[in-house]
Design a protein around this ligand. Structure first.
Ligand code: SF4
Ligand code: SF4
Length: 104
């Protein structure tokens, strides 16, 4: 069970920094594979947020399947208690990722 905050400006699963996908997939590059861009872009998301009622925003538990090289990744699942997903360099990626130190 993960608390997930996502600040992307354009995803059909996102309302006011909440992700309602339930299960999301993070790729080996740390990018959210579950993102679906809205046809109307960031403007459409702004209108959806204006129409969303507050009770819709209760924090639903999320399952995060993840293939990234990260200290929280256990058996292709994220074991962190909370993660932040955000837009970064044209992608929407997990900002909580911590790469393990390589053994020497
Ligand atoms: S980009 Fe990913 S984490 Fe963010 S709302 Fe969309 S599916 Fe959820
Ligand atoms: S914190 Fe690590 S394991 Fe969890 S989703 Fe992000 S990259 Fe994957």
């Amino acid at each position: 069970m993960i608390l997930l905050k996502c600040t992307t400006s354009n995803c059909q699963h996102n309302i006011k920094d909440h992700c309602n996908a339930g299960i999301i997939g993070i790729s080996d590059k740390g990018v959210c594979d579950s993102r679906i861009k809205r046809a109307g872009g960031a403007l459409e998301q702004t209108f959806a947020e204006l129409e969303a009622s507050e009770e819709f925003l209760s924090d639903a538990p999320n399952i995060v399947q993840c293939n990234a090289f990260c200290i929280y990744q256990k058996d292709n699942r994220c074991s962190a208690s909370s993660i932040l997903v955000a837009d970064h360099m044209l992608r929407t990626r997990c900002m909580t990722q911590i790469k393990p130190k390589k053994k020497v």
